[in-house]
Ligand binder design. Structure first.
Ligand code: NAD
Ligand code: MG
Ligand code: MG
Length: 330
């Protein structure tokens, strides 16, 4: 195995239980980390903007809530779970002034450290605990007794115990129940961005959309196109996720399997692979990061334009209608 994987017995829960932890932000990842840590018996507090709409929600869930400054001041471990593009400013203004030597600064994605938008002082540990799944699944699986796998990374080990802290934190959010992989900030950042761009989000949505449009343009009913190219995706992916491509192939018909080998390489062809290499190169040389940050500084103009386009797409309208007519989504 090219990677090191840690499980429950490898982590020392007392490390994180012996520290005061601040979770900054209460969004997708924030609520999951904070609630899982709380249920694991960790002394956790949530740091939020004054007037944040999440303040009441976090309190009602049983969490201590305070300003970002107070949380950073009180805590030994500060996990930053606000959107990547806001982290540098919030870090500079509200967190950095409260860092003490030996504190731990923690992230769930390496973007700001790896591309140099945040440069912590040398006397703090800089770690990452990145769940390999959406925040709501991180919480759901924890409450069900399992956990989403995490990557743990250490960029800066001022105390000499940064790895112990990272692994113990991963225990607290439930990652060691499943398995925790040791990685670097560079690996996590570049692989995470590549995966979401080329395959998981970018690749997937475009693939589904292109299939849907091909059928609809050829005169097939959008509802049927939706079932074939969108709805069934989850079932195929579930089979692959649970037991491998060979099991998915075993479950589908020979006709479907033959079609898979025949058509797949025509759709994802040399040109697609070349595009993937270019996408990876732009992630590695920082030009994707710079472009994303520039759009954020331009009030997300490009992002919002794209979001509007997909929200207005026929596939979304069809999906909404279909999901309201069948029982699985109710
Ligand atoms: P999010 O957009 O869901 O949450 C943002 C939260 O930050 C808000 O709920 C709010 O509490 C706070 N916030 C928003 N604006 C703020 C401001 N101006 N000042 C202070 N606080 C503000 O974020 P997220 O998707 O959970 O992402 C958090 C981090 O986790 C990022 O580094 C992201 O890359 C990483 N990550 C996310 C996921 C995921 O499932 N979404 C998965 C892995 C890693
Ligand atoms: Mg990501
Ligand atoms: Mg079929």
């Amino acid at each position: 195995m090219a990677v090191t994987i840690y499980y429950e017995q490898d982590a020392n829960p007392e490390v994180i239980k012996g520290k005061k932890v601040a979770v900054i932000g209460y969004g997708s990842q924030g609520h999951a980390h904070a609630l899982n840590l709380l249920d694991s018996g960790v002394d956790v507090r949530v740091g939020l903007r004054e007037g944040s709409s999440s303040w009441k929600e976090a309190e009602e869930a049983g969490l201590k809530v305070m300003s970002i400054e107070d949380a950073a001041e009180e805590a030994d471990v500060i996990m930053i779970l606000i959107p990547d593009e806001l982290q540098a400013k919030v870090y500079e203004e509200q967190i950095a002034p409260h860092l003490k030597p030996g504190d731990t600064l923690a992230f769930a994605h390496g973007f700001n450290i790896h591309y140099g938008y945040i440069t912590p002082p040398e006397d703090v540990d800089v770690i990452m605990c990145a769940p390999k799944g959406p925040g709501h699944i991180v919480r759901r699986q924890y409450t069900q007794g399992s956990g989403v796998p995490d990557l743990i990374c250490v960029e800066q080990d001022a105390t000499g115990s940064a790895w112990d802290t990272a692994l113990s934190y991963a225990w607290g959010v439930g990652g060691t129940r499943s398995g925790v992989i040791k990685a670097t900030f560079k690996q996590e950042t570049e692989e995470d961005l590549f995966g979401e761009q080329a395959v998981l989000c970018g690749g997937l949505v475009e693939l589904v959309k292109a299939g849907f449009e091909t059928l609809v343009d050829a005169g097939y009913p959008p509802e049927l196109a939706y079932f074939e190219c969108y709805h069934e995706m989850k079932m195929i992916v579930d089979l692959m996720y649970e037991s491998g491509i060979h099991f998915m192939n075993y479950s589908i018909s020979n006709t479907a399997e033959y079609g898979e080998y025949y058509a797949g390489p025509k759709v994802i062809n040399d040109e697609s692979r070349k595009a993937m290499k270019e996408i990876l190169a732009r992630i590695q040389d920082g030009s994707f990061a710079a472009e994303f940050v520039a759009d954020c500084n331009n009030d997300h103009a490009w992002l919002l334009e794209q979001r509007e386009a997909i929200n207005d797409h026929e596939i979304e309208k069809t999906g909404e209608k279909i999901r309201s007519m069948f029982t699985w989504a109710k």
